[in-house]
Structure formats: structure tokens, C-alpha cells
Design a protein around this ligand. Structure first.
Ligand code: ATP
Length: 448
């Protein structure tokens, strides 16, 4: 983990947030390469969910949430972790994360009994701060999908089964954020709520587990590092009938990467008016003052039914960490030299290609490099940059270390015959290519 953290900082993937003022715990900022990798992960998810399927719509809803939403969703009452205080050193711990009855900080056994600590952040909305005008920062993106169910249904005429996908920030006031970006207080979720008929829920739950595993493999996460954990009944969230967690062998241990829950009709039912007419199977709070009926009409018997929901919910940061961990390799080359290489799948690489003028600040070479760069960039397959450092060996090493799949060197021969050298990150092989063939070479490389 230390090596990954150091690389992330030195190469501009991840910085500690608010660092110049001493930081703010549990928050991280994503630098020039981090933002590219994060965007690429999110795009890959969006493509597989929204573009490559015909039964899913997208959504981008607000973060600030009316407290009633989180009241009737059950979060106000139950979205908490057990908190323990150390009376000696005043540190605070999550009870279920302690290995023993001792304070991990000072070793004291003088600990309080665990008490529930609600993880939701509150903020004031509007100019008057009288305690009644507050909103929550959403602790999951899911609730906004549920409360927009009817909007999406009415505007798209969808029939069951169909899904709504959303990527966005979520906030949890974690008692002990830790393990780098694994557990943080501000993070992004990639969530799908897939609405199905009751009775078809269990088959869809299995189906989504398979689909999501395939997706992780396609991002370069190896089978050997993934495990499925069936969450035992007593550990299930209040809304879940059954949850399958995709666990990953992170550098600090085996932990949850993505949760796939069968949320039944709990959420849509909780947010619906006239619940007694809807035949809801879950135990929901009947006092909701929502004005919506989040249900679909069964055309065979004209009855309104609340769909069941299967929810694959993945954290972008945990995905980032897993993908980075998989990509990180230290190799010993002939002659005993070591190279660090990030072997990202090409579609995830933060920089797709670096164009390197052989001689630094040589006008002709830089001008030609700019042309080559523009031709590759115009395909819009991701970021291409010019590496005008003048030292070819160093440039290759730097781009291995940040996972750039291709380096294109423009030298004096290029000025004569329009050929460039293309170096492959993984094989380190170098090929001389005519610039008129370069665009298709690059396109094939990235798209196959
Ligand atoms: P954990 O048990 O690890 O706290 P959880 O079961 O509370 O996670 P979910 O509510 O199922 O997590 O959230 C779905 C996904 O969101 C998780 O699988 C994870 O990838 C991500 N996630 C949840 N909490 C955090 C966090 N504090 N920091 C980063 N990612 C998170």
C-alpha cells in the first residue's frame, strides 16, 4: 500500500485534501492523472450500463436531500455504526472494527459501551439557520433514483424490467476513515437500481452478480483476487432481503468492493402514498406524506404493483484502488534494472499516448510532434500529450510508471520520411510506422 500511496502522490494521481492547512481527514483530491483514471472508470461503467444495454436509463440528481426522503427510507433511524470512545485518550472507534477490547491508540481498556452514531452529514439550506431548514448530503445515490422513479417512467414509457443508473457523490461521516481511499467521508458511487416484477427478483439478483463480475474482469481485476460474500441475515441492511458482496483482496486485506442487494419493494413502497392499496410486501412506515405513487400498473388485472429492486452499488474510489493495485508491477529487466509499470487496460489509462520530440525544444520536431498529437487527439479516445523533456529513456520510464500504453517518438528521420517510432508499454517493443498509418494503428490498439 505504501508504494501505491507514494506513487499516487509523486505522479499526480491522488493528493491529501486541504493539505496546506493541515488536511481534513477522510478526504482526498484527484490530480491530473487521478481525474483521468476516475473518469475512465466511470465512463466504462456508464457505457456498460446505459449504452450497451437497451433497458437502462441514466439520471443525475441532486446531492442535497430533503430530510423526509431519508426519514422514510429508514436512514435517519438506522444508518449508523456502533461508536466506542476511549476515556483515556479521547479517541473514537468503530466497535466492529476493533480486534480486542483495547484502544488501538493508547492501549487502555477504559472504553465506553458501543452506541449508534448516525453517519449522515447535515447542512443548512437557505439564509435562515433556525434548525428547521436543514438538508442531508445524500449517504447513497440510490434514494434520488427511487424518488425519480415516476419521472423516468412517465418520460420514457419504460416497462418492467428496466433500470435507472446514476454516478455521483455520496457522503458518510465515517467514524474511522482509513486505508487510503478505501474508506473515506466523501466518495462516488456507481449505482444501478434495476426494477423487476416480484418473483423474478432472485433470478435477476444472480444475473446481476454475473454481469458485474464480468465487468470487473474487463477492467483488469483478476478472478483470483475477487470473492463473493453472502451477507448473513443478521448483518443485512434494513431494506435488504439478500445481499451479495463482491470482495476484493485489497493491499490491506479482503474487503467489499461492490454490494449487490435485493432491496425488494421497500424503497419505492416507503416513498409511496396510499400504501394500503399497493400490496407492499416489505414493512414500511405508513405515515409517509409523499404525494407520489411509485408503482406500475399490471395490465392483466389493472392492479398497481410496486416493483422489486436489484441494486448493484460500486464505489468509484474502491474500484480505483483495486484497478491501480492490479496494474502495479515491478519488473526486473535484463541487466538487473528495475522498472515500475502500471499495466492498465488501454481504455482506463489516464494518458493514451505520449508524443515525444527526440530533441527538447527543437522547433521543427516540436511542430511535427504537435501535428502528430493533434491527429491522435482528434479521435477523442482520451488524453494524448506532448512530452517535451528531451530525454527519451526518462520519458519512457515516466510513462511506464503512469501506465501510458503508447509512446510515439518524433526524430530527425521523421522530418525526412514521415515515420515515427511507436513503443509499446507492455512489450517495450519499438516499431517504425508511417504517420499516415499511425491513426489507424492507435485506434486499433485502443479499441480492440
Ligand atoms: P462498508 O461495509 O465497507 O462500510 P457498506 O456496506 O456500508 O460498506 P454500501 O452501503 O453497500 O457500503 O455502499 C456501496 C458501495 O459504496 C460499497 O461497496 C463501496 O464500494 C462504496 N462505499 C461505501 N462506503 C464507502 C466509503 N466510506 N468510502 C469509499 N467507498 C465507500
Amino acid at each position: 500500500m505504501e508504494e501505491l500511496v507514494a506513487l499516487c502522490k509523486s505522479r499526480g494521481f491522488i493528493f491529501q485534501s486541504n493539505e496546506i492547512y493541515g488536511g481534513l481527514q477522510g478526504l482526498y483530491d484527484y490530480g491530473p492523472l487521478g481525474v483521468e483514471l476516475k473518469n475512465n472508470i466511470k465512463q466504462a461503467w456508464w457505457r456498460s450500463m446505459v449504452y450497451e444495454r437497451d433497458d437502462i436509463e441514466g439520471l443525475d440528481a441532486s446531492i442535497l436531500t430533503n430530510p423526509k426522503v431519508l426519514k422514510y427510507s429508514g436512514h435517519e433511524e438506522t444508518f449508523s455504526d456502533p461508536l466506542i470512545d476511549c476515556r483515556s485518550c479521547k479517541s473514537r472507534w468503530r466497535a466492529d472494527h476493533l480486534d480486542s477490547q483495547k484502544c488501538p491508540s493508547c492501549g487502555s481498556e477504559d472504553l465506553t459501551e458501543p452506541r449508534p452514531f448516525n453517519l449522515m452529514f447535515k447542512t443548512n439550506v437557505g439564509p435562515i439557520d433556525d434548525g428547521s431548514s436543514f438538508a442531508y448530503l445524500r449517504p447513497e445515490t440510490a434514494q434520488q433514483i427511487f424518488i425519480n422513479f415516476k419521472n423516468v417512467l412517465d418520460s420514457t414509457s419504460r416497462k418492467l424490467p428496466f433500470g435507472i443508473a446514476q454516478i455521483g457523490k455520496a457522503f458518510r461521516n465515517e467514524i474511522t476513515p482509513r486505508n487510503f481511499i478505501f474508506r473515506v467521508r466523501e466518495f462516488e458511487q456507481m449505482e444501478l437500481e434495476f426494477f423487476v416484477k416480484q418473483g423474478e427478483d432472485e433470478a435477476w439478483h444472480k444475473e446481476w452478480l454475473d454481469r458485474r463480475l464480468e465487468w470487473w474482469y474487463a477492467q483488469g481485476v483478476s478472478k483470483e483476487n475477487l470473492e463473493i460474500y453472502t451477507v448473513p441475515k443478521e448483518e443485512l441492511s434494513h431494506y435488504s432481503k439478500s445481499t451479495l458482496d463482491i470482495m476484493y483482496k485489497f493491499p490491506h486485506g479482503l474487503e467489499e468492493l461492490e454490494g449487490i442487494a435485493n432491496r425488494t419493494d421497500f424503497d419505492l413502497g416507503s416513498h409511496s402514498k396510499n400504501q394500503n392499496e399497493l400490496n407492499i410486501t416489505s414493512k414500511v412506515d405508513e405515515n409517509t406524506d409523499s404525494n407520489a405513487k411509485l408503482a406500475v400498473q399490471n395490465l392483466e388485472n389493472n392492479k398497481w404493483e410496486v416493483p422489486y429492486v436489484i441494486e448493484p452499488s460500486a464505489g468509484v474510489e474502491r474500484g480505483f484502488l483495486a484497478i491501480l493495485n492490479e496494474a502495479y508491477n515491478k519488473e526486473t529487466l535484463a541487466g538487473g534494472k528495475e522498472r515500475v509499470v502500471l499495466s492498465f487496460k488501454p481504455h482506463l489509462a489516464p494518458i493514451k499516448a505520449a508524443v515525444i520530440p527526440l530533441k527538447r525544444n527543437n522547433d521543427e520536431l516540436v511542430k511535427k510532434s504537435q501535428k502528430v498529437k493533434n491527429s491522435l487527439q482528434s479521435l477523442q479516445l482520451g488524453r494524448v500529450l506532448i512530452e517535451n523533456s528531451g530525454n527519451i529513456g526518462k520519458s519512457y520510464r515516466r510513462h511506464d510508471e503512469i501506465g501510458t500504453p503508447l509512446c510515439v517518438t518524433v526524430d530527425f528521420q521523421t522530418l525526412e520520411d514521415n515515420t515515427v517510432t511507436v513503443r509499446d508499454r507492455d512489450t517495450m517493443e519499438q516499431t517504425r510506422i508511417d504517420t499516415k498509418d499511425l491513426v489507424s494503428y492507435y485506434q486499433n490498439y485502443l479499441l480492440t
